[in-house]
Design a protein around this ligand. Structure first.
Ligand SMILES: [Zn+2]
Length: 158
């Protein structure tokens, strides 16, 4: 898993992979997110997990998430237009260990969400956010913590 900021996106290969977006919210914001309606995003660290399999792969997708000009398509667009991510964490499909590739009946982004939610400080306050296509039963593909010092990345490395 490598950390990418907006300046690094072009260095990514245009191949499939999974990513985690890091958003830092300082003051509460209310965002209207499609059919989910107006949602409150409280101060803290917010993490959104997704994957990109189509043309342009994870490079095109992560670049889009950083961009402030785009049409709203996914739930995360409504939030990232107001509060762009500060970084993305990327795992390229081609760089996964072979045993994990075989094991990808569970999507990596779902595994990340499930591991993050094992932390007692981590919450998922907006059910359905980003998980419309999820078949793994994630409550949402967006989680948050008000503890900005939380070392959440450690549970993803296990
Ligand atoms: Zn999922």
């Amino acid at each position: 898993m490598r950390k990418i900021d907006i300046a690094d996106v072009a260095s990514l290969p245009p191949t499939p992979g999974s990513y985690l977006l890091l958003l830092e919210i300082d003051d509460p914001i209310i965002v209207h997110v499609g059919r989910l309606g107006p949602l409150i995003f409280s101060p803290g660290t917010w993490l959104y997990a997704g994957s990109a399999w189509g043309h342009g792969g994870v490079r095109a997708r992560v670049a889009r998430h950083f961009r402030l000009e785009k049409k709203r398509h996914w739930h995360i667009d409504a939030l990232s237009l107001v509060q762009p991510p500060v970084a993305a964490y990327v795992e390229l499909q081609s760089e996964l260990q072979s045993e994990l590739q075989v094991n990808l009946t569970i999507r990596l982004e779902c595994l990340w969400i499930q591991r993050l939610l094992t932390l007692p400080e981590m919450r998922s306050p907006h059910p359905g956010f980003g998980s419309s296509d999820c078949i793994q039963g994630c409550v949402a593909h967006l989680v948050c913590t008000s503890d900005v010092t939380l070392d959440w990345a450690r549970v993803l490395q296990e």
